[in-house]
Design a protein around this ligand. Structure first.
Ligand SMILES: Nc1ncnc2c1ncn2[C@@H]1O[C@H](COP(=O)(O)OP(=O)(O)OP(=O)(O)O)[C@@H](O)[C@H]1O
Ligand SMILES: Nc1nc2c(ncn2[C@@H]2O[C@H](COP(=O)(O)O)[C@@H](O)[C@H]2O)c(=O)[nH]1
Length: 210
């Protein structure tokens, strides 16, 4: 028996190897589409440069993160590139229950946990146009040490092997083209989910199902 839940709002999950451009794409979508809200994750990673607690992430100590795991506060969490990251139930459930759409920018392990928990979640995987371009983007971003970049590239191979488990794949070569694809996926899913909900309620009405 499935234990996955359904809510009136849509849940979009965007995963990608580090440096493929998912944060840039999600940020641009949020600026264009006021129906979509971001989910702010918790992480044990230290803040980078300009990152602020509560904006990019809720930065947590190992013991704070342990306490959240113990109290079942996360809908998903995973160890990614040596740090723990998690999506709290609080950051998404209230919003989608009210009919808003929420977008999560998380790794593939978390994406698969979300798919198991939420029947209507849409999983999108972003790929770079090439391996060399992925490395160049990580280097040009200039946020991580060369050791961290090497680790992220090693992990990228395992992450990309999971691509077939996703509902959609976007190649982020030309940024505007990739953003167009992400917008189209969000729009199509809204139409599809609204039609499904309407068909179900009309069927219930027709058959007098209370
Ligand atoms: N289509 C693109 N063409 C060229 N550069 C891009 C493109 N998309 C994103 N970038 C750049 O690539 C770098 C990595 O992008 P971004 O930080 O969005 O990746 P990410 O997948 O979110 O990585 P992480 O998982 O590490 O947070 C950034 O410097 C960003 O400006
Ligand atoms: N499973 C989860 N993965 C997450 C979450 N928030 C972010 N992430 C992923 O971690 C890596 C590294 O992120 P960075 O900010 O340190 O570059 C990246 O793949 C993110 O998508 C989460 O809540 N759960």
């Amino acid at each position: 028996m499935s234990t996955s839940k359904e809510y009136p709002g849509n849940l979009f999950v965007v995963a990608a190897p580090s440096g493929a451009g998912k944060s840039s794409l999600v940020k641009a979508l949020l600026e264009l589409d006021s129906h979509v809200h971001p989910s702010i994750s918790h992480t044990t990673r230290a803040p980078r440069g300009q990152e602020k607690h509560g904006r990019e992430y809720f930065f947590a100590s190992e013991s704070e993160f342990d306490a959240m795991v113990a109290s079942d506060a996360f809908v998903e969490w995973a160890l990614v590139h040596g740090n723990r990251y998690g999506t709290s139930k609080k950051s998404i459930e209230e919003r989608i229950a009210q009919g808003n759409d929420v977008i999560l920018e998380i790794d593939f392990q978390g994406a698969l946990q979300i798919k198991a928990a939420f029947a209507n979640a849409v999983l999108v995987f972003v790929l770079p146009p090439s391996w060399d371009e992925l490395r160049s983007r990580l280097e040009r971003r200039g946020e991580d040490s060369s050791e961290v970049i090497q680790m992220r590239l090693r992990n990228a191979k395992a992450e990309m092997a999971q691509v077939h488990k996703f509902d959609f794949v976007i190649i982020n070569e030309l940024f505007e083209r990739a953003l167009f694809d992400l917008k189209a996926i969000a729009h199509a899913q809204r139409l599809k989910y609204a039609a499904q909900r309407r068909a179900r309620s009309e069927t219930f009405e027709l058959l007098n199902i209370p």
